[in-house]
Design a protein around this ligand. Structure first.
Ligand code: PLP
Length: 389
């Protein structure tokens, strides 16, 4: 009988929870009207969108009118960055870190082509951000600072509260990409000086293709997508009603399960790392000694190419990844790991395991049953030796 899949790639995406799917189905079948229509059939759906808005707001300590639904985390990040420049026509400088997701990195390159300047803050070998460097980088020309809250590759957390406070003091807009943070650690916009925050449904057991941008009350946001007056004029385009309802439902479920599932994932992740480090020589957990997500483990195996390792794990029914799913297939070593000072060979010998709320100790036992042997085989095949020759 075929073995069940061991899915250890929850930072890439998560399954849609059955309850979330159930909540969505009526909006494909019976409640398919346009929420902007003036008749009752439309009004009802518009109210259901607002219910989802309140559910998402509750997860991040926001008010419902601070939530704008988007198509994904990528759109939320692009929209926030563009708004930074639109809001401050006299300022042309953006500050980000060197370890942002490609949804920020690539949009910054576009902004540079359009005449903006971008500072990419370096990180320490453990993946940490220096608040001093941040404070120094912000000038009178800075329109926006945008920082990833939890790194998608390493799980390393940036000090978002303190970074937001610096920006508020200096009168600069602050955006955070909280796509990976949400659902894994508490995120509370009311306790921090965050102006804009991106989130994405498919990291939270909602479908792919739905996200949201939190826009703090008082921020005079200007839309990225121009069209109709949907989302109170903050995003053109007819709303993706079933997905919005799904995201709302997933947000509510996450709010109730977060503390327990984070504690479970942390325990399992820590056990996994301990076992890997005990059984496999010359393995290093990148960012392992700093404040990081409870579910993510980014491990470097000397003398191994991640590509071959992932293929052999796949043959054993285990899903993991190297770097971000959005850059899979790229021959370049991870920009996150090279920013942390890893050599290209070290970066190419690194893979990420990311646990989810349904990961079990049996899943990890399956992984540990095959991983040491695979590493040994790959090292033997490449004639790698840890003793100096
Ligand atoms: N930001 C981070 C940190 C991510 O990990 C991702 C997706 O992996 C995104 C943004 C993009 O989100 P989406 O896939 O919804 O566009």
């Amino acid at each position: 009988m075929a073995q069940s899949l061991v899915y250890l790639d929850h930072n890439a995406t998560t399954s849609i929870l059955p309850e979330v799917l159930e909540a969505m189905l009526p909006y494909f079948r019976e409640l398919w009207g346009n929420p902007s229509s003036a008749y009752h059939f439309g009004n009802q759906i518009s109210r259901d969108i607002d219910h989802a808005r309140a559910q998402v707001a509750a997860l991040i300590g926001a008010e419902p009118d601070e939530i704008v639904f988007t198509s994904c985390g990528t759109e939320s990040n692009n929209s926030a960055l563009q708004y930074g420049l639109l809001a401050n026509p006299g300022r042309k400088h953006i500050v980000v870190s060197a370890v942002e997701h490609s949804a920020t990195m690539r949009f910054c390159r576009r902004l540079e082509q359009l005449g903006a300047s971008v500072t990419r803050l370096p990180v320490s070998p453990r993946g940490e951000l220096s608040l001093d460097l941040l404070a120094q980088a912000v000038t009178g020309n800075t329109a926006m600072v945008s920082l990833i809250w939890a790194n998608n590759e390493t799980g390393v957390l940036f000090p978002i509260r303190e970074a937001a406070e610096i920006c508020r003091r200096k009168g600069v807009l602050f955006h955070t990409d909280a796509v990976q943070a949400l659902g894994k650690i508490p995120v509370n916009t009311s306790a921090a000086d965050i102006d804009l925050l991106s989130l994405s449904g498919h990291k939270l057991h909602a479908p792919k293709g739905i996200g949201a941008l939190y826009v703090r009350r008082g921020v005079k946001y200007q839309p990225f997508l121009l069209g109709g007056a949907q989302e109170r004029g903050r995003r053109g385009g007819t709303e993706n009603v079933p997905y919005i309802v799904g995201l709302g439902h997933a947000a509510e479920l996450t709010r109730h399960s977060l503390a327990a599932s984070a504690a479970r994932m942390r325990e399992l992740r820590d056990d996994l790392e301990q076992a890997v480090l005990q059984r496999i020589p010359n393995a290093v957990v990148n960012g392992g000694s700093v404040h990081r997500l409870p579910n993510t483990s980014n491990i470097q195996f000397a003398g191994v190419e991640a590509e071959g390792l992932l293929m052999l794990l796949d043959q054993a029914g285990i899903c993991a990844s190297s770097g971000s799913a959005c850059t899979t297939g790229s021959l370049e070593p991870s920009h996150v790991l090279t920013a942390m000072g890893l050599t290209p060979a070290q970066a190419r010998g690194t893979i990420r395991f990311s646990l989810g709320r349904h990961t079990t100790s049996e899943d990890l036992a399956r992984l540990l049953g095959v991983l040491p042997g695979i590493i040994q085989r790959l090292r033997a095949a490449s004639n790698w030796s840890d003793s100096p020759r």
